[in-house]
Design a protein around this ligand. Structure first.
Ligand code: 5GP
Ligand code: MN
Length: 342
């Protein structure tokens, strides 16, 4: 049975005289929405006199390190004991921008074991339901937009300041691909407008996120587009496969491959764009599709992944060549869905 949004029930917990110990966590390799929503909530809780700690399962890209409060984030990979203790001692754990505990790696086991009440705030399809309280809808552009709604629901809009607004604006901007995806609603624009009114600087945030890459990352993108792009014409699909040697050659670090998969979809007629990267632990895949191709279903069925209808991800422990082969095999069943509409 689908759970109902019952997040208003946490109001007494937030307003109690004995403040809860709070952990905020988000999915591995956090993007701007994951980190922006977490920091937005962190600042908001501070305003309520509640001390919280953000524990991320992994590190994240340098393009997020301008966010106010970022220095306080605890990376579980780096500070495992501290993260373990924080989760064990928490009364309340906010789980932001993910729908299944496996998305937070080993931290998921600790969260599942913890006696803390769990609060899910998310916009991904089909949450698995580990939480006690939820604010969930796929109609929100981003989790950052949901943090805004939370503040509104709690009657705390007076707390919305420049720091919170900047973090939330970054999350909305990136999850909507700068207000371009169909998830961008009139409400998204109204929320963004309010964030600008409260101090978010849209041009500065855009520059900090998108115009802040290293020279080698830019050359890497050029290399992938000129040397590595495969066009599978029969399937209207663009594919880029990057091996470990190439990642090393261009000194690719976390966050550098962000956005690369979108280029394939910018080619006229392409219905699907796929990026396969040979990361140390696993082969990581990104899927972006147009129209009727269910990227999340494809990722779930074939590559242990998920996500949104037109933007999803997955991974595999197979060697890179095998993953590429399996992907091309899997594609054969989707030929009809990948044809251009007349
Ligand atoms: P990206 O390609 O940018 O890593 O991810 C695109 C979307 O797919 C995001 O909404 C992300 O949450 C989701 N996603 C990415 N990787 C995975 C994965 O391994 N499992 C699941 N369930 N979702 C993923
Ligand atoms: Mn998101």
């Amino acid at each position: 049975m689908k759970k109902l949004n019952n997040i208003s029930q946490i109001k007494p917990l937030l307003e109690a005289s004995v403040k809860p110990r709070v952990v905020i966590t988000t999915h591995h390799k956090p993007d701007a929405d994951a980190l922006g929503s977490s920091l937005g909530l962190w600042h908001y809780l501070n305003k309520l006199g509640i001390t919280s700690t953000i524990v991320t399962p992994t590190d994240y890209g340098d393009f997020l390190k301008w966010m106010p409060g970022e220095l306080e984030v605890v990376n579980f990979e780096e500070f495992e004991q501290k993260g373990t203790d924080l989760v064990a001692e928490a009364d309340l754990i906010f789980c932001l921008d993910f729908n299944a505990l496996k998305r937070i790696n080993n931290l998921g086991l600790l969260v599942a074991k913890s006696d803390a009440k769990k609060v899910l705030i998310d916009h991904h399809l089909e949450p698995e339901g580990f939480e006690d309280y939820r604010l969930w809808t796929t109609k929100a552009s981003s989790t950052s937009e949901l943090i805004f709604w939370l503040m509104e629901l709690m009657g705390h809009m007076d707390h919305l300041d420049e720091d919170i607004s900047s973090c939330l604006y970054a999350g909305i901007m990136t999850d909507t691909a700068s207000f371009k995806h169909p998830s961008t609603t009139p409400t998204t624009h109204r929320v963004a407008a309010m964030l600008l009114e409260r101090g978010a600087k849209s041009n500065r945030i855009f520059e900090a996120v998108y115009d802040n890459y290293s020279e080698s990352r830019t050359r890497f993108i050029g290399y992938c587009l000129s040397q590595k792009l495969q066009i599978l014409k029969e399937y209207n699909t663009a594919l880029i496969v990057v091996n470990a040697e190439e990642l090393k050659q261009f000194q690719i670090i976390t966050g550098d491959s962000e956005g690369l998969v979108n280029y394939g979809l910018s080619i006229s007629g392409m219905q699907l764009s796929v990026l396969i990267i040979d990361r140390t632990v696993a082969r990581k895949m990104s899927f972006r599709s147009r129209d009727q191709f269910p990227a999340n279903e494809f990722a779930r069925k074939h590559f242990n992944g998920g996500g949104h209808f037109n933007a999803a991800g997955g991974e595999s422990s197979d060697p890179l060549e095998m993953v590429e082969w399996k992907f091309k095999e899997a594609l054969k069943d989707y030929k009809n869905l990948l044809q251009l509409k007349p």
